[in-house]
Ligand binder design. Sequence first.
Ligand code: SAH
Length: 232
Amino acid sequence: MTSRGIAPLAALLLLCGPLRAQDPYAAQRDLMVRTQIEDRGVRDPEVLRVLRTVPRHLFMPEEVRKLAYEDRPVRIGYGQTISQPYIVGFMTELLAPARNHKVLEIGTGSGYQAAVLSALCKQVYSIEIVPELARSASATLSKLGYRNVTVRLGDGYRGWPEQAPFDRIVLTAAPPQIPQALLDELAPGGKLVAPVGGSLLGQELVVVDKALDGQLKQRSVLPVMFVPMVHQ
Ligand code: SAH
């Protein structure tokens, strides 16, 4: 490297040093993305970039924060869990989010998946059925500055007709079948990703594509285990 190249590099290191020092979890997060997500085949550079930036630990209750970057789902209270990092990465890549997309999420939980989508899309609408989770996820998201996410307390089986249609829909709780209201709220050319299956065992992660003429095409991509999507 020439001496002309060293000065800007030193300035950059000086700038980055204190920023990274403020987040003691940054190194753990980098390692999580590399070993749990990238090495297992998630390649979308934007998805990987966002997963490196969203502070997953801040979406968890303090007692379990030390588990935030481990290769597993973590309990967030009220019988619910935040999905394993790989599953979040894999589902986000399957969803193929873009800057101009309006996205609906069913099952806000901790708000972590909504934050990831918020950094990749234009607007995120998220529905949560447990009042305490809807409240705390909403508070976390606004505290961390994710301004393009709206959380609503309600039953995801009914969808969000006032905001439909959606370019992308993601379910993070498993219904026995994909609710018709959600298929109706998917825009032509849209994509829906959901765990589907009545019991804990035997769920499949399913991708539904809606063609421009409204035709639906469905494929299963992975056996999974999500909390059930409950009825109010
Ligand atoms: N996306 C979440 C993971 C949530 S776990 C995250 O990133 O943390 C699934 C969530 O779906 C739970 O919080 C559960 O309360 C919620 N849920 C279950 N049935 C629901 C329904 N019918 N409508 C909306 N949310 C539901």
